[in-house]
Write a protein that binds this ligand. Structure first.
Ligand SMILES: Cc1ncc(COP(=O)(O)O)c(C=O)c1O
Length: 390
């Protein structure tokens, strides 16, 4: 029977080892073989990528990580999925695997700050030049392509300022110029948008976020199409960032309810946005909610759903009063990351890390992750604390 992805998320990786509804956690460095010949045949299959179900040493995977690979492969409609110990391990591998000395990369100006740091602090060591392009201007991207451009890296939407780009146009430009395309798809997850199906070569997700969903595990997935597989494979092997069996188990446990949780995040977020819309101190809500806006049009064109991460631009004379707003919130934790069950809020100063996003005087940005709490409680909490803003 052909099953929908939401059913597969529930039914995949039943353990054949112990008949349990979940996979076994196989912690292993050494994998044992009956003979040298069997070991050699295993390694040959891995090298030829005949199947992802072969492993010869803990660093190359275990039965548990393979189960996660299978699920993500389905979700992403990928040729192959590489797993790493963090989302950032997957992001940095894209650059290390695809670029070499003399190359140029084009990176959207709105990427997650550590991604920007790779391009500013690490790539110059290898003589790889980065140009940042305005995510709101495809002509800017076009004008920056040269014969040396080897990679376009997109984060859609940018996870602080939430610009949605016209992804088909980017792919068209890249194909015309023989450039590899990679997208950080952590916000939408492959449940709401599949980068590889649209034509991206690489799709990256921080599994730490919605895949895991419970703020207790870290991991990264790097999914590739057939054409890009060989370009990533060797670097992936040699850099050695690996997902542990325990983390893979937690991510599998989380991913089973991805569809249900995302629906609830989306519903709660809608309610919070409706509340924010009525607040004078909130100057702008950065989320694809405004019908008629470019962001809404681009989101609608490519995505089948929206998730729980957004930002608000607050007008306030005193930065300290915005910090007080965040500090006083009872139900919104202060901390990095997002995508878990719980609500979070964090003040972001992006004034020095962006070429194209400009704040007006007295504008401040607070990023909010809307969790799975009762939305009326969240609204009460926000209402109680907005009064501190001056
Ligand atoms: C958009 C985005 N991509 C990648 C990462 C990196 O993921 P991880 O924290 O799992 O290394 C993050 C982390 O916050 C993120 O927000």
């Amino acid at each position: 029977m052909k099953k929908s992805i939401n059913t597969l998320l529930k039914h995949s990786s039943f353990s054949k080892i112990n008949r349990s509804a979940n996979p076994a956690v196989v912690r292993a460095s050494t994998i044992l073989f009956d003979s040298m010949q069997e070991l050699a045949s295993h390694e040959k299959k891995i090298l030829k990528n005949k199947s992802i179900t072969h492993y010869a040493y803990g660093r190359y995977g275990s039965q548990t990580t393979i189960e996660l690979q299978k699920i993500v492969k389905e979700l992403e409609q990928a040729h192959h999925v590489f797993l790493h110990s963090t989302g950032f391990g997957s992001v940095s591998l894209v650059f290390m695997a695809l670029c070499q000395s003399g190359d140029e990369v084009l990176v959207a100006d709105n990427v997650y700050y550590p991604t920007r740091e790779i391009t500013e602090k690490l790539l110059p060591k290898y003589n790889i030049k980065t140009k940042f392009y305005n995510p709101n201007d495809i002509q800017d991207l076009k004008s920056k392509i040269t014969k040396k451009t080897k990679l376009i890296f997109v984060e859609n939407p940018g996870s602080i300022t939430f610009e949605f780009q016209d992804l088909k146009e980017i792919i068209k430009l890249a194909k015309k110029n023989n450039i590899t395309t990679a997208m950080d798809n952590t916000w939408g997850t492959p449940l709401y948008f599949k980068p590889l199906s649209l034509g991206f070569d690489i799709s990256v997700s921080s599994a730490t976020k919605y895949f895991s969903g419970h703020s207790d595990a870290m991991g990264g997935t790097l999914s590739v199409n057939k054409k890009t597989y060989n370009k990533v494979k060797l670097c992936d092997k040699l850099l050695g960032s690996r997902l542990s069996a325990d983390e893979a188990y937690l991510i599998i446990r989380g991913i089973r309810t991805l569809d249900i949780r995302l629906k609830a995040h989306q519903l709660n977020t809608k309610k919070i946005i409706n509340f924010f819309k009525k607040q004078k101190k909130i100057k702008e809500i950065l989320y694809p909610h405004k019908i008629g806006s470019k962001n809404y049009a681009m989101w609608k064109k490519y995505y089948s759903g929206a998730t729980g991460l957004l930002s608000v631009v607050i007008k306030a004379k005193k930065k300290s009063s915005v910090l007080k707003f965040v500090n006083k919130l009872e139900l919104f934790g202060i901390g990095y990351s997002w995508g878990g069950f719980e609500s979070l809020a964090i003040y972001h100063d992006i004034s020095k890390s962006r070429n194209f996003y400009k704040f007006e005087k007295d504008e401040h940005l607070v990023r909010i992750h809307v969790g799975l709490e009762d939305p009326q409680d969240l609204i009460k909490d926000l209402k109680n604390c907005l009064k501190f803003i001056r």
